[in-house]
Design a protein around this ligand. Structure first.
Ligand SMILES: Cc1ncc(COP(=O)(O)O)c(C=O)c1O
Length: 397
């Protein structure tokens, strides 16, 4: 038997791994696609400190500034004091804190469904929900620009995954007509609000098509909850509730906390609790996070003026910048070239704004962009100044 204790510290296996990593990083660097972590301190849900500078952030998804809301922090601190930092186990073991049932009831009420199930994050939600419902013989039809975690969930099914052109219902319908009969079950997956483009999915039309083909529709409402449809999200954006049996979302954006959720019928939620591997085999959320999310939902349900403000700010910005009216709290400024996008982001940083450059693979090649997000508390004079700089010095108009 080999004496492993005397093996050289830098074994060929380790050095080939490091070599692989270094080469990959160099490739990314050459293509201006390497990412780095910039230490960022968020002081109040609006201003951040980065590289020693105080910047006004237009890059947080904290649309209602609830990460720092006094009532949300107070609820989290009280729960932290009383119940501790973590939940200690999977919810199916000993980690099922009573606050979770309260939060699920509040989410189900807000979304108009029978039940809800919370997850460790939005990413974990999609990675767990989709393979619980769809198997290797089945079909997933997915918008080509759907979020990475919907794609991850789709690929985990090992079924047939077919992309339809972005927001193109006619294309989705043609693909369903071609493929539906060859699969026992079918799922249609889309963002409600597209995270990098800010446009809305045609949810009522997709819902009608799904019904016609007996396909199940899942919408990811990460960027709709709290800001669209009177706070109830993108499935309520037209004024009536779109018929979406699987309404998924996250607690990490307008809710200002952390975690993911699915709102659906009682049997679907019960099945998810039995089958979703990211639920069954993962520790429950910290109870303090559930307490924070419940307090955030109180704000969303009781402060209509606050929840209207992010959209008002986004629309004010687009009008001042000479862009089409914002349709959500996300406004992309597509520049195309990676280097130019990074330069535009740096220029805005020099002016005191944090506006992050988004590059492939997060967005398709050739569509690098500035992605701006608007919150309730952005001051009007700063929105005006930002719009002026973007119009004149980024867009050159
Ligand atoms: C559309 C969409 N879905 C899901 C997620 C993931 O949510 P979470 O951050 O809770 O994992 C995000 C966040 O980046 C998102 O933008």
């Amino acid at each position: 038997m080999n004496d492993l204790s005397s093996a050289p510290r830098s074994s060929p296996l380790l050095s080939s791994l490091d070599q692989f990593a270094s080469e990959k990083l160099s490739e990314l660097e050459r293509a201006h696609l390497r990412r780095t972590l910039a230490e960022t301190e968020r002081e109040d849900g609006l201003w951040i400190t980065r590289n020693g500078r105080r910047l006004l952030s237009f890059s947080c998804n904290d649309y209602l500034n609830l990460t720092h809301h006094p009532a949300v922090k107070k609820a989290a601190m009280a729960a932290l004091q009383r119940y501790g930092a973590g939940s200690g186990a999977s919810r199916l073991v000993t980690g099922n804190h009573p606050l979770f049932a309260d939060l699920e009831a509040r989410l189900a009420r807000l979304k108009g469904t029978e039940a809800a199930c919370i997850f460790g994050s939005g990413y974990l939600a999609n990675a767990g929900i989709i393979p619980s419902l769809i198997g290797s013989a089945d079909l997933v039809l997915i918008d080509e620009l759907a979020h990475a975690c919907l794609w991850a969930g789709a690929r985990l099914t090992r079924g047939k995954v077919v992309a339809f052109r972005h927001n193109d219902v006619a294309h989705a319908q043609a693909l369903l007509a071609e493929h539906r009969d060859h699969h026992p079950r079918a799922l249609i997956a889309t963002d409600g609000v597209f995270s990098m483009d800010g446009d809305l999915a045609p949810l009522p039309e997709l819902a009608e098509m799904a019904r016609h083909f007996d396909a199940w529709l899942i919408s990811d409402d990460a960027h709709g909850l709290g800001v669209l449809g009177g706070g109830r999200g993108s499935s309520f954006a037209t004024g009536t509730k779109a018929d979406i049996p699987l309404q998924m979302g996250t607690l990490s954006k307008a809710i200002g906390a952390y975690g993911g959720y699915l709102c659906a019928s009682r049997p679907v939620i019960e099945l998810i609790r039995n089958r979703a591997r990211t639920f069954v085999y993962s520790t429950g959320l910290p109870p303090a996070i559930a307490a924070a999310a419940i307090a955030a939902i109180d704000v969303i349900e009781n402060e209509p003026e606050t929840i209207a403000r992010p959209m008002q700010n986004a629309i004010a910005f687009t009008r001042l910048a000479g862009l089409p009216d914002a349709t959500s709290t996300i406004v992309p400024i597509v520049i195309g070239d990676e280097q130019q996008t990074l330069a535009a982001s740096r220029l805005l940083e020099e002016e005191g704004f944090a506006v992050i450059a988004i590059r492939p693979p997060t967005v398709p090649a050739g569509t690098s962009r500035l992605r701006l997000t608007f919150s309730a508390a952005h001051p009007a004079n700063e929105i005006e100044r930002l719009a002026d700089i973007i119009r004149t010095r980024v867009l050159g108009r």
